[in-house]
Design a protein around this ligand. Sequence first.
Ligand SMILES: [Zn+2]
Length: 284
Amino acid sequence: MEQIANFFSNIPDYWRTIILASGFMLMWLVESAIPLFRNNTNKLGHTGINLFFTITTIIVNFFFAVLLVKASDFTTQHHFGILYLVKLPLWLHAILGIMLLDLIGAYLIHLLEHKVKWMWKFHIIHHTDPHVNATTALRHHPGESVFRAVFAILAILIAGVPVWLVFVYQTVSALLSQFNHANMKLPKWLDAGMQWIIVSPNMHKVHHHYSMPVTDSNYGNIFSFWDRIFGTFMKKNVNELQYGLDVFPEEDAHSYLPRLLKIPFEPYRAPTGAKFGKEKVKQD
Ligand SMILES: [Zn+2]
């Protein structure tokens, strides 16, 4: 545990880039070997758009990194945060820290993004992706990346976590997100089994269904039990899922970069009420 703490305390930026890129490479290989949907062609345009948003997310996170480290150092120096209320062994502090960062910095902000209209309008571009795969993981509008970073800081201050643990969390979170967005078909027993602890590929795919109320389920990022605890867990047959959003069926709303950047500033569109597994939305 001490060694992990030391490694992540001094982890250079290039290491984190290597981990992120290796995750993409590994998922790309797995997606080619055991795809969930065969028509999920990794078109150059699709990858280009998602990588563009991955880069903007990295840039926003780069600017917020200083604040994240400052917040974390503050909690360490002043023993500030829930986890300092009792004296915990390092391993337990680490596990509970990752759980709280996942709850506040991922689950809670994601839930808010679906419930608060102006936040939803930024989150839409993550959901308009018609071909969900590992590259969808960081397809976030730069505006969304900002409020996710703000919630990450909030989570650090509430929980009280040292810098090395923040880096561990960010690494695990990025890899898990690539994993559960990946277009891969795991054996049923394996996918269903891991859903008791972590968010599996099938569990997260349900969240990417194009119509309500299915879109408003399975908000988890690392741990699946938050959805079970807060009643947002939903199980569906993945073969009946359709990616995208009923309210944005037009081609440029998912595949044209200037339009994607503008969507948060367009008028709000209410859900159509299309039923799960029924009529499929026409995508031109
Ligand atoms: Zn979402």
